[in-house]
Write a protein that binds this ligand. Structure first.
Ligand SMILES: [Zn+2]
Length: 267
């Protein structure tokens, strides 16, 4: 049987995307249409490299916002797509049949200058920590795949997200799309050059992937969530395995134990 891959595509980390000051990368903002097209091109470069290296199946997960972003007809016609929202699972349809997952366009967790850094919602959260260590949606999504034995193979994003990815997944191949200068500011490579680099690096990783690993989080684990507003913290509906609510650490912060990274998305 040939290999089966998932390419998970967010939009903030792609080339020449910095969002709009004060508005992030909301639909309708100046940089959004470009981000959709470049996310499509970068993911398609990865998909082509996988097919050219013998992949049997490549599934694209359109995971930004409500999950309807990319230009699906512009992809290699062998691709399949996970689109839309409303599944009760954070990473819909991921299972043991996949050989690996590649992350395109993801972004860093919050740092003083990473481009469009956030975790799930820049208006809701300050940080998420697992056993005291800050993590981002890249690590959580990789852990959900890793729980099923699916390897994390590749990350492309700004220099800071790539550094965070290499710390979490030291075995992976990466492409730096841009260097972060501020939340809405970056110095980017040319969009075409990034697509070429992604094609080349993904071709290399296929040869190395037997040595690569699934990323896992030791379970159960302590989760600390810091919110941007007191009322969001008050609305926190997370519960410990014994069904008691998470502890109130301070006005903005809640802490407790989860059995599984997917439990974070089930409430
Ligand atoms: Zn996004």
């Amino acid at each position: 049987m040939g290999r089966k891959y998932c390419i998970s595509v967010d939009l903030e980390g792609v080339a020449c995307v910095a969002g709009t000051y004060g508005q992030g990368l909301a639909e309708g903002t100046r940089n959004f249409t470009f981000a959709i097209n470049q996310g499509t091109r970068e993911a398609n470069a990865a998909a082509k490299a996988l097919f050219d290296s013998g992949a049997e199946e490549v599934v694209i997960w359109d995971c930004h916002g409500t999950g309807i972003n990319l230009d699906y007809s512009a992809f290699d016609s062998r691709c399949k797509f996970i689109i839309g929202a409303g599944s009760r699972l954070r990473f819909p349809s991921i299972d043991e049949s996949y050989d690996g997952v590649l992350f395109i366009g993801y972004h860093a967790y919050d740092t003083p200058k990473a481009t469009l850094a956030h975790v799930y919602s820049s208006s809701t959260f300050v940080s998420h920590k697992i056993n005291g260590k800050e993590i981002g949606e890249l690590q959580l999504d990789a852990a959900i795949a890793g729980k099923r034995g699916v390897k994390t193979l590749f990350v492309s994003s700004d220099d800071i997200c790539v550094a965070q990815a290499k710390e979490s997944f030291p075995w992976i191949r990466t492409v730096e799309t841009k260097k972060a200068l501020a939340w809405n500011n970056c110095i980017s490579k040319h969009p075409d050059a990034v697509c070429e680099e992604i094609y080349d690096e993904v071709t290399k990783l296929v040869v190395e992937q037997d040595k690569m690993q699934a990323y896992t989080i030791e379970m159960p684990f302590e989760l600390t969530v810091s919110y941007k507003r007191i009322e969001y913290a008050q609305g926190c509906n997370l519960h410990n395995p014994d069904n008691t609510p998470f502890e109130v650490v301070d006005a903005y912060t809640r802490r407790g134990i989860l059995n599984d990274p997917e439990d974070y998305f089930r409430f």
